[in-house]
Design a protein around this ligand. Structure first.
Ligand code: ZN
Length: 301
């Protein structure tokens, strides 16, 4: 084994999936509901889930009767982020890619995560952001790190009054999650605070910055989203698609595409530095130490 090989994630012989259905797909009138379905792990995203999400978006796009897509999470929380520690963590598993990128599993050192995250994080997020139908994220409870990426790629965010948003990965020495929309969702000074301090942002504060479209409650979330979806479904299909393309284009003219590309490489420089320093791509942290640090910070607030 070379020194480089030792820096790659150890092979996990023991990936244990708690479900074969990490994403549910339901139809409600003209709306497809794509539902993250790992409630026992707060919808932590493993590759099994991201590939299932991609397949669900494909299905909703292919069905002409579907006019609106709702993305939501089963259980107490929308999503606790990327899977960094459940028995179903599967970063070493190989999948049929949805983009023209190679398999990551036989790649050495930094190329391993760089290749994987090109596909399952920034690549898929950009695909989902550009689906030709309006998308609504229905967010309750925690929307942390990788969870933010899923909410942000949607055209609309409806959040319960107890929802909160947080990107704590600066604790790992990483300058924000892979899809760097922070500076577009929030004013720059607030985005710096959001990432550097990594504290929770309440739904109400996010609403005040325009990151959330509508505030709801746990009891009313589904009916509020349904009302919005029904209105959107009444609008012309092509008009909805062209409108979202126009606004996504405005974001890209403001530099979103180049900013997220630049950041993706900083993010991977941070992973590589972390591998070299800690023999761990997450700054020496894991799910347990991150949860403890987040809890301590939340209690201080
Ligand atoms: Zn990463």
């Amino acid at each position: 084994m070379s020194d480089l090989d030792r820096l790659v994630e150890p092979k996990q012989a023991d990936i244990v999936y708690e479900t074969q259905e990490p994403v549910r797909y339901e139809v409600d009138g003209a709306a497809a509901h794509i539902i993250m379905n790992r409630p026992s792990y707060n919808n932590a995203q493993n590759s099994q889930m991201t590939y299932a999400l991609d397949a669900a978006f494909r299905r909703a796009v292919d069905d002409d009767d579907i006019r609106v897509i709702v993305l939501r999470g089963e259980g107490k929380h929308f999503s606790a982020g990327h899977d960094i520690g459940t028995p179903g963590r599967d970063v070493t598993a190989s999948w049929d890619r949805v983009a023209l990128v190679p398999d990551h599993t036989n790649k050495p050192a930094a190329e391993f995560l760089y290749t994987r995250e090109h596909e399952v994080y920034i690549g898929m997020c950009r695909r989902w952001r550009d689906v030709p139908k309006p998308t609504i994220a229905a967010v309750q409870g925690a929307c942390i790190a990788g969870g933010l990426m899923l909410a942000w790629v949607c055209d609309f965010i409806v959040a319960t009054d107890d929802a909160f948003f947080q990107d704590p990965v600066n604790r790992m020495g990483i300058p924000g999650v892979e899809y760097f929309a922070h500076g577009f969702e929030l004013p720059p000074r607030i985005a710096k605070e959001f990432i550097m301090l990594g504290e929770r942002m309440s739904a109400e504060r996010a609403y005040n910055f325009g990151m959330v479209n509508r505030l709801s409650t746990r009891d009313a979330l589904l009916s509020d989203v349904k009302a919005m979806a029904e209105e959107l479904a009444k609008r012309p299909r092509l008009g909805n698609w062209l409108t979202k393309q126009a606004l996504n284009h405005v974001e890209d003219l403001r530099g979103k595409r180049t900013a997220t590309d630049a950041h993706f490489h900083m993010h991977h420089f941070a992973h590589a530095q972390s591998d070299l320093t800690f023999r761990n791509s997450l700054g020496g942290m894991d799910a347990k130490s991150m949860a403890a640090a987040n809890k301590a910070s939340a209690e201080k607030e």
